[in-house]
Design a protein around this ligand. Structure first.
Ligand code: PLP
Length: 310
């Protein structure tokens, strides 16, 4: 096994891109381009994996095992990082029916091309994935492994996400971030300055992620909204697709429809509603996830609906 070292491509300092001084209320909006870290191990995926891979290496584990759905950014990132750093990877995928359709699914095709061993289980079994019994079955099927939870959130992932913030982000009044499990937000809340408010935009119904944030941080300078989740996880409509395409036309920046597109839609809506304090500097974290667009476009094409421009 090679000595662990992140290649240069994973060690860049992402730039903050200024978008605009918005005409009303003196707002400015900037984006921290975490998506530019790496095409597949981008944004919060890189941050979440960094210390976990170091730990796996320290424990002399040569296999990473994790869980995910059909279009999971986390599955693509683990497969790619595993290939780069010489780990075997196993992906436990939700939905037995997908085993017949790997070639039709860009995320699974990519994961397989990186050498990830894909293992498909029913949705019912998937719900039990965190039980001791199921973990014992995995051990007997795959031997020893380093387990990364679904979505990659654990203590080491939160530690990595704290590093999203730096000296350069201290001047912002609001830090906006998309929320799935809440792990990325927990790191940002921990790393934020006392004068900064962190706003999480839930990609799914509910704001239950607060519980997870509280598990990792005692700070209170944050809120989570699900007002821009478009009805639930991976649910979208034509107004969101139109927004993502217009944003791309105007800024040259691609947003994904599951996380960053919904966050940015929410930020713009809240700017229009004058939610933020007058003259505020707002920073949006682009957490990556662009690999999922191809899968979403396949779905939109089947429905004869407008697709996301790449
Ligand atoms: C691109 C992207 N942004 C944001 C998130 C949300 O991250 P978290 O689950 O840590 O809340 C995810 C999910 O992992 C993601 O893939």
């Amino acid at each position: 096994m090679s000595v662990f070292k992140f290649p240069k491509i994973l060690a860049t300092n992402p730039q903050i891109e200024f978008i605009s001084n918005v005409n009303f209320n003196g707002y400015s909006l900037s984006v921290l381009r975490e998506d530019t870290i790496h095409p597949k191990v981008s944004g919060n995926k890189y941050r979440k994996l960094k210390y976990n891979l170091i730990e796996a290496r320290k424990l002399e584990q040569d296999t990473l095992l994790t869980f995910g759905g059909a279009y999971s950014n986390h599955i693509a990132a683990v497969a790619s990082a595993g290939k780069m750093h010489g780990f075997k990877t196993v992906g436990i995928i939700r939905g037995e029916e997908l085993s017949e359709k790997i070639n039709e699914n860009p995320t699974l095709t990519f994961a397989k091309s990186c050498g990830m061993e894909l293992h498909f289980i029913s949705r019912t079994t998937y719900k039990m994935k965190d039980s001791l019994e199921f973990k014992a079955t995995l051990k007997s099927d795959f031997g020893d492994f380093y387990l990364l939870p679904e979505g990659g959130t654990n203590q080491l992932a939160v530690k990595g996400c704290e590093e999203i913030l730096s000296e350069a982000t201290k001047r912002y009044d609001y830090i906006c971030v998309p929320v799935g499990t809440g792990g990325t937000m927990a790191g940002i809340v921990e790393g934020a300055q006392p004068h900064q408010s962190v706003i999480g935009y839930s990609a799914l119904k509910g704001t239950f992620q607060k519980e997870l944030v509280q598990k990792f941080s005692e700070k209170q300078n944050y809120s989570i909204t699900d007002s821009y989740c478009f009805g639930g996880y991976a649910k979208i409509d034509s107004s969101l697709v139109r927004f993502i395409n217009e944003f791309n036309d105007q800024t040259g920046m691609i947003l994904d429809p599951v996380y960053t597109g919904k966050m940015m839609y929410g930020i713009v809506a809240m700017m229009k509603n004058k939610y933020f304090e007058k003259n505020s500097h707002i920073l949006a974290i682009h957490t990556g996830g662009l690999q999922g667009i191809e899968g979403m476009n396949q779905y939109l094409k089947k429905k004869n609906a407008p697709q996301i421009n790449l």
